[in-house]
Design a binder for this molecule. Structure first.
Ligand code: SF4
Length: 180
């Protein structure tokens, strides 16, 4: 490896399904939601089936997404959703770092449970979790659908404090009223 050939440890682009600005449904406050493309879970009843195909979507750079975030002074946070964000953990890391450096909240939806995430082989998954404030975990289960839940589709999904959960090695529920 020469000095002119840097190691590429992080993918340059995020495979993107879409962005929703000024969202009030993906966490408290006004948020920008990044919907990544590609999901391995295929939950029956999923409302985002167009995001399942890993070959779909548009390659998008961290810089492009960061520009959109910066242009909205009303944002209290950013949410990664999908699709399955943890399938693109390495690609999302640089964006997550910028979000946190700017003092914005970061929430991540995953179809994996917290316990499953700890056992995924990709080290970027844990690194991404370390940057998150909140993890909403678990697949959408149609039989447990509850339209009265805030920020969740089904009863099995949990709203977790990411840092506390990592520190304790177990899911720690977010009990702040604004998340419920
Ligand atoms: S994890 Fe989310 S995007 Fe993936 S199939 Fe389930 S509900 Fe749909």
């Amino acid at each position: 490896m020469s000095a002119n050939c840097p190691t590429q440890t992080t993918p340059r682009t995020i495979q993107l399904a879409g962005v929703v600005n000024d969202s009030i449904t993906d966490g408290p406050g006004i948020r920008l939601t990044v919907f990544v493309q590609g999901c391995p879970h295929h939950c029956p009843g999923c409302h985002n089936q167009q995001t399942w195909d890993f070959a779909g979507g548009q390659p998008t750079t961290t810089e492009e997404l960061w520009q959109q975030i910066q242009q909205n002074p009303l944002l209290s946070g950013v949410t990664f959703s999908g699709g399955e964000p943890m399938a693109q953990a390495a690609a999302l890391l640089p964006l997550a770092q910028r979000i946190k450096q700017a003092g914005l909240e970061l929430a991540i939806y995953s179809g994996y449970t917290f316990e499953q995430l700890l056992n995924l082989p990709d080290p970027a998954v844990r690194q991404l979790l370390e940057l998150a404030d909140t993890l909403i975990d678990g697949p959408f289960i149609l039989a447990q659908r509850n339209l009265e839940l805030n920020f969740r589709g089904s009863e099995n999904q949990r709203i977790l404090k990411a840092a506390a959960s990592l520190k304790e090695g177990r899911p720690v529920l977010e009990e702040a009223e604004r998340w419920h």
